[in-house]
Design a protein around this ligand. Structure first.
Ligand code: CIR
Length: 255
């Protein structure tokens, strides 16, 4: 069974962190409706939804992916690079405790879950403006004994590793090469985002279907031309907060 942990849109979403996007008015009610539709997509694809409440003190809490990384063997509670986001991890850790044993990224390490891309037994960690070398080294130290190869990947020009590259199928990555060195990922098939859609690299693969933002139609058509099954979602308001489709859930299997 797949569980999708999601978290409500905060009433204070407008006060979110922004790094590469200009601040524009966010329609929070619309963001909530879009988030509900995203939740329904996850449920339709077979996920059991576990929804956490939020509050005004956590503007970015809907982007729950950044608070942890969950593997079959354990979960690592992140230490988000943005100070304003650190306290988001408490409620997530309390929930994950029922499913996994927990380890924590400790200072001076920082890690956002958006910088973690797992491909089989290889875990790529983006070294970005949010996740630092010490965070990467802690992940490597924890995961190496479980048989994972943990590799650092330089990210520049975007927020997280998964803003630039995500998995869209068996051994297939969707990538914006302007933001990450695609050679870092070894022997995989690569699909480039359309050059007019630089933010189009963030896709969420769930049970062989890709949940994909409706705002990037050219890249969507490219994915479909590769035989990839797509379900689109409108995440315009969450996009203004610099979020995408991977960041709104933590998905893991439960036996
Ligand atoms: C932030 O800057 O932390 C949020 N406004 C957006 C986080 C998006 N997270 C993600 O893509 N994993």
């Amino acid at each position: 069974m797949l569980v999708a942990l999601i978290r409500d849109v905060s009433p204070s979403l407008q006060r979110c962190e922004l790094t590469h996007r200009p601040r524009r008015p966010i329609d929070v009610a619309l963001a909530r409706r879009q988030h509900r539709r995203y939740e329904r997509r996850l449920a339709d694809l077979g996920c059991t939804i576990h929804r956490l409440p939020t509050g005004t003190e956590w503007p970015d809490s809907v982007f729950i992916e950044d608070t942890a990384m969950v593997l079959d063997e354990l979960a690592i509670i992140a230490r988000p690079g943005a100070e304003s986001r650190r306290a988001e991890t408490t409620a997530v850790a309390e929930t994950l405790r029922a499913f996994r044993s927990l380890l924590y990224i400790e200072p001076p390490g920082t890690l956002d879950g958006g910088d973690v891309l797992r491909l089989g037994q290889t875990v790529y960690v983006g070294v970005s403006s949010r996740s630092n070398q010490a965070g990467f080294e802690q992940v490597r130290r924890v995961l190496t004994p479980y048989g994972y190869a943990v590799k650092a990947v330089e990210v520049s020009g975007c927020l997280h590793l998964k803003s630039a590259v995500t998995s869209v199928g068996e051994n297939t990555l969707l990538v914006n090469r302007a933001w990450v060195d695609a050679d870092a990922f070894g022997d995989v098939a690569l699909i480039d985002v359309d050059p007019s859609e630089p933010f189009g690299g963030n896709a969420l693969l769930v049970n062989e279907t890709v949940i994909y933002p409706s705002g990037y139609p050219r890249t969507r058509r490219k994915l479909q031309a590769h035989g990839i099954r797509i379900q689109t979602v409108d995440v315009s308001e969450l996009g203004k907060a610099e979020g995408g489709v991977t960041c709104c859930s933590l998905i893991f299997s439960v036996r």
